[in-house]
Design a binder for this molecule. Structure first.
Ligand code: EPU
Length: 417
């Protein structure tokens, strides 16, 4: 099994080019199921989750062409298998995103229930409730959701909580429904917005994009389009945190600072000097970071996907801080691993109290989810001596060439068997 070997060696310096956002690419790849024509995508990150989505779509009969340089052409005219099997869904929960578009376009869909995962129970009741409100007949048998509807009908749906993939599934389904759908309490994450723009380029009629009320006038069919995936704000935030933790100075290219206000504000509060233009961000961290309090909430507030990275930054910052996770019930798996590296963190329920320490020391660590793994990589960059990160397949799900990108700004990091 592959591992990452990191030797802490001081500040990061230089430039990193940010990839397309995983969490925008996954729903947008699935949006190709809404049309028989070809959807052309650029700036698609080359990640394990993207490869899994490709496999899922191909298994359904889609034609997927990719040159492995971030461009994809997907044609779903020949889709004839309306099933997303457990084998794939269990490796990637986002597989649930084929449910809405497959049902809306082909009148039927069968998707394995994703079940829980390392960060929480993560039900999909809101996805199902919304589709039923649009007239779908939904049954759950043998661990699979079966949904059927000759044609979905527009409906007003008030979501019980803000859900990113829930909003995306219903948004995709509503584009082909008969009449108007109103999604209230919709997620406003930039990845949802990017999907909505792609759908409109395909001929959908969505207004209220970027607000909690999405209004969709259903159309009879969608058509071909070309779309470039929005830059990954979480990848960008992770590298900024890494540079801040090492007291470095970096510049990110092809980034989207406008989608990162909450994260950039916290970095400034921690003592970073941040400058940003349309598609670049620079960070200079001249001194040890100050501890900052964090509370995760839906966009535009502080993202849960940056919680672990800030926990790591706080663990070596000056002062004591609290981090409260309100989105997922079990997203502190990195705490014991950071403590093994010398951090002083007490976690109880959904709050962690972090007492900043002067230094961490390298050891062998492993994590059970993507962002927790990223925080351990950061910890390795600042720790004294060598850190070995195990189970890096989590990282490969969501960070494109992480060792090459960090190596390019001076980190001593290599992939070993
Ligand atoms: N929830 C329900 N019922 C539902 C849907 C959600 O109870 O039907 C709950 C969840 O259990 C959770 C909360 O609502 O407590 C929010 O979950 P959400 O549905 O928004 O999460 P998601 O759509 O499954 C996406 C990202 C996650 C990111 C969250 C929150 C994708 C593919 N995944 O997940 O990304 O953490 O939104 O922003 O977009 C990651 O990239 O590492 C990652 C986990």
């Amino acid at each position: 099994m592959e591992k990452l070997k990191i030797t802490g060696n001081g500040p990061l310096h230089g430039e990193i080019v940010i990839s397309g956002a995983k969490n925008a690419a996954l729903p947008i790849l699935c949006a190709s199921l809404l049309t028989k024509e070809t959807l052309k995508l650029t700036n698609v990150p080359m990640l394990r989750d993207v490869a899994t989505t490709q496999k899922l779509l191909q298994g359904m009969g889609a034609r997927v062409m990719t040159d492995n340089v971030q461009e994809f052409e997907l044609t779903c005219g020949s889709v004839n298998n309306l099933v997303a099997p457990y084998d794939l869904v269990k490796t990637m929960r986002a597989s649930i995103l084929v449910l809405g578009p497959t049902l809306a376009h082909f009148g039927e869909a069968t998707v394995s229930l994703p079940g829980g995962c390392a960060i929480g129970s993560r039900p999909v009741d809101q996805h199902i409730k919304g589709l039923m409100a649009m007239g779908a007949e939904v049954t759950i048998d043998h661990g699979y959701v079966h949904a059927k509807a000759a044609r979905l009908q527009g409906a007003r749906i008030i979501m019980d909580m803000v859900t990113v993939t829930g909003t995306e599934n219903l948004l995709m389904a509503a584009t082909l429904a008969k009449g108007q759908t109103v999604l209230e309490n919709a997620a406003t994450e930039p990845e949802v917005t990017d999907l909505a723009h792609c759908l409109n380029a395909m001929g959908a009629k969505i207004t209220g994009i970027g607000t909690p009320t999405l209004v969709i006038e259903g159309v009879d069919s969608l058509h071909s389009a070309t779309h470039s995936i929005v830059p990954d704000r979480i990848e960008a935030g992770t590298f900024l945190c890494a540079a801040a933790a090492t007291r470095g100075k970096i510049i990110l290219r092809k980034a989207a600072p406008k989608t990162m206000d909450a994260v950039l504000d916290k970095l400034v509060e921690a003592g970073a000097i941040i400058e940003a233009g349309e598609d670049w961000i620079s960070l200079d961290m001249p001194k040890r970071a100050h501890a900052v309090n964090i509370r995760t909430l839906p966009y535009p507030a502080f993202p849960t996907d940056m919680q672990a990275q800030f926990m790591m930054l706080n663990s070596i910052a000056e002062g004591t801080s609290t981090v409260t996770e309100t989105i997922f019930e079990n997203r502190f798996m990195h705490v014991p691993e950071l403590n093994r590296m010398g951090a002083h963190i007490e976690a109880e329920g959904n709050t962690a109290i972090i007492h900043g320490v002067e230094k961490l020391s390298g050891t062998t660590v492993m994590a059970t989810d993507l962002r927790a793994s990223a925080c351990l990589v950061m910890a390795g960059l600042v720790a004294q001596g060598e850190t070995i990160i195990e189970r890096i397949y989590h990282l490969d799900r969501g960070y494109e060439h992480i060792e090459t990108k960090l190596g390019g700004v001076g980190a001593q990091i290599e992939r070993v068997q």
